[in-house]
Design a binder for this molecule. Sequence first.
Ligand code: DLL
Length: 442
Amino acid sequence: MNYWNKEIECAPRSEIEALQSYRLSLTVRRVYENVAPYRQKMDEARVRPEDIKSIADLNKLPFTTKQDLRNNYPYGMFAVPSSEVVRIHASSGTTGKQTVVGYTAHDIDVWAECAARALVDVGGTKDDYVQVAYGYGLFTGGLGMHYGAEKLGATAIPASAGNSMRQLEMFRDFGTTIICMTPSYAISLIELMHENGFKKEDFRLKAGLFGAEPWTEEMRKQIEEGLGLKAYDIYGLSEIMGPSVSTECQCQCGMHICEDHFIAEVIDPDTLEPLPPGKQGELVFTCITKEALPLIRYRTRDIATLVYDKCECGRTLVRMLKPQGRTDDMLIIRGVNVFPSQIESALLSVDEKATNYLLVVDRVNNLDTLEVQLEMRPDMMQMGDDVKNLERYTRRVKNAIDSAIGVGVSVKLLEPKTLARSMGKAVRVQDNRAIKNKFEKK
Ligand code: DLL
């Protein structure tokens, strides 16, 4: 088994916690002195920096939310002067202002270290060709993985997202061995491969780091089969750093968090109380080495579980299980809480190739409706010769989803290629109720 930084990745828990405690106390002092909004929050909570001596004191500290970043847009939460900031990124947020994040040269170095660890986690070495097909730009995906590949000493191929035929040609001609992209983009490349006569045997791909959006085990299977590689999950968020906050190892049983840089907690999103290991709740991160933007107890909105059991790979860093959605992407349909990921799992359990879908939520006569629009594949058009086959298929999909979420949905089959293909984060939900609420409320 290879490690990038064995000393920390396999350190005894007591040492990891001692390091976290030490770094936490320094960070809290620094933000209290340098970040006015934190000083104010801590004063309001009546906590002084000297009260925070170890990770056991973490829950004395107030939380940070995306709204804090918006209120202090663009640089008000930065802990260093602009002369120290060497890069900014921004999150694409669909509503409200962008969230701007900053990095010092040291922050960029730490990030590259975490991304190099991620590549080694999945078997990467200096000899690999790493094609980075996350978008380069304000989004953290592209540059984040790029610096990691260079730090590892591998060959970075800065493909960025898009130009899909070219991506496939590069896989073939440049001898790409590791790819980094969103899982939905991988699915659309597989489709393009088949349409254009590419075969997985044309490529030398061995591993892929897929993240930036939720994806299911069924999608993993499809990507692994379609591209002939091992598909690994990678997680991150711009507020905390970007990709590589955590990454799966070759055991594929959760993502190891870079705990020497981030303290992870899971809280109950209603009571805000920390939950014990193994319980699912909202993930919260505290940055303990970041210089430019050291966020304290940042509420990610992602729903996940922390697992401290021993991992076969030898790493002792805590693992987070695949995020099960976000507290803010939960749909409430006729009073029932529904996560898009539950629908995807049910859909793919009936037909593992049914990855092009859109959930359209609406309100008709004061009643919420959920329509699952599902694209047919060209080979299914033959099924259509016998209308009964298609009806049976539609009914199976509907029954699977109804019983998974406990709400009746309608399923509508669409002609092939009607839905937009994703190159970055896929848009899976169209909720017309928000528009109606805004413009049609009397
Ligand atoms: O998506 C950073 C990233 C880039 C991660 C490339 C992995 C790979 P943001 O645009 O700020 O940053 O979005 C962060 O995306 O809070 C999650 O809701 C979601 N997310 C990221 N990775 C995963 C994953 C990047 N592996 C938000 N599984 C996070 C599920 C993910 N959701």
